[in-house]
Design a protein around this ligand. Sequence first.
Ligand code: ATP
Ligand code: IP8
Length: 264
Amino acid sequence: MADTGGGDNLTILKLGGSVITDKDTPETVDDDALAAAVAAIAESPAIDDESDEANLIIVHGGGSFGHVHASDHGVSTTEGTHDPAAVTAIHGAMKRLNSVVVDRLQAAGVAAVPVHPLSAVARDGEAAVSLPTAAVGSLRAEGFVPVLHGDVIAHAGQGVTVISGDELVTGLADRLGAARVGLCSTVPGVLDGEGDVIESITDFESVAAALGDSESTDVSGGMAGKVEELLALARPARIFGPDAVGAFLAGDAPGTLIDGGSRD
Ligand SMILES: Nc1ncnc2c1ncn2[C@@H]1O[C@H](COP(=O)(O)OP(=O)(O)OP(=O)(O)O)[C@@H](O)[C@H]1O
Ligand SMILES: C=C(C)CCOP(=O)(O)O
């Protein structure tokens, strides 16, 4: 069954860093996993449609690139740094991963272009994110598929902190009115205490006991952070596994539905 959340035809897809990188080896791409995701994207209706406007925005996470450097420098979504070398180490790693993702997408015929959050996104003193969308919106209108990534961003009073790909997904979905929002992670969905995929989540408390951190180095909250972020989104979203990217982009409803119901 397909699910839609209003807005136009825009789909926002996050490729989890744990999916597209080898979590055990710093700065290593998981070539097979990335190739499978890229093939699913390249063959999807979101790419192969008749509109001049791109109907897809891709965001990817940090995996063994950003998280390893962020952890080394003690930086997270809440702990900041004023060390410029930490900024370039974390941001540089994310740019290297982003350029691999963009290159592979382009090689598969997707009009992917890089968008780096450090240059435009910021948190204020209350950690509220300002996320200008003019560049992403105009790139889309011109037929490009913007590819953003978790990054470090300016944070008033803290230097820089990490912004996760999940926060970028929800920020863009809110501001651009995405019809469909999907997070591809290493698991087939959010799992309950028995290891079964939970069909739908509408509040945090009822699943909190089953939610843990990532198994890999992670500075942005693992599955618990992901679910909290998506529950606050004013539209439904899905978490699913690497095998379901094609199905999600084709309009199916794989994995776990997260719907906090907070509509405007
Ligand atoms: N209840 C749960 N259901 C599913 N996964 C869970 C659960 N609790 C903890 N996890 C862990 O959370 C991980 C997903 O979070 P993670 O932050 O690694 O996601 P990601 O978005 O794929 O990666 P990245 O943060 O690098 O982008 C899963 O691989 C799993 O190890
Ligand atoms: C660690 C960095 C810089 C990016 C974090 O993004 P995420 O993997 O989506 O949580």
